[in-house]
Ligand binder design. Sequence first.
Ligand SMILES: Nc1ncnc2c1ncn2[C@@H]1O[C@H](COP(=O)(O)OP(=O)(O)O)[C@@H](O)[C@H]1O
Ligand SMILES: [Mg+2]
Length: 142
Amino acid sequence: MPSQVRRTASEEETIALGEELARALPPRVVVLLIGELGAGKTTLAKGIVQGLGAARAEDVASPTFTLIHEFGSHPKVYHVDLYRLEEPRELATLGLEELLERDAVILVEWGERFPGLWPAARVEIHLRALEGDQREIRVHFS
Ligand SMILES: Nc1ncnc2c1ncn2[C@@H]1O[C@H](COP(=O)(O)OP(=O)(O)O)[C@@H](O)[C@H]1O
Ligand SMILES: [Mg+2]
């Protein structure tokens, strides 16, 4: 799928966009979700997880405290949030490197804080709040 810029006007539309994007994802991929707090990263992740058939959107919550949530089996989906991670060395305790070896869809919030970690072939999704409930969502496949 080519890179694209989309706009959504509600949480529901962002979930629907996530479901659409899920259909374009290969079975093994890292997806970085990049944007400020409240931009809609977790909301988009809900749609992607649901679109992959790994869980229902309402069962996907921010992994802010547990850092990694796991869903489904084919494909396996991991939802990671590195917001609370203070230092790169804490990463070792997460077992992220081992996760990256697996055949899985790995959705990562705040992954840009640790740029050295990710494969060059990945999907980056930049989210930005515009006026009101509008969100600009730029999807870049590389
Ligand atoms: N178009 C939209 N897309 C996504 N979320 C939206 C949108 N409009 C309003 N919201 C609200 O913005 C918040 C986004 O939160 P969340 O997805 O947890 O953001 P993040 O994970 O980036 O911090 C939610 O409260 C959601 O209801
Ligand atoms: Mg979030």
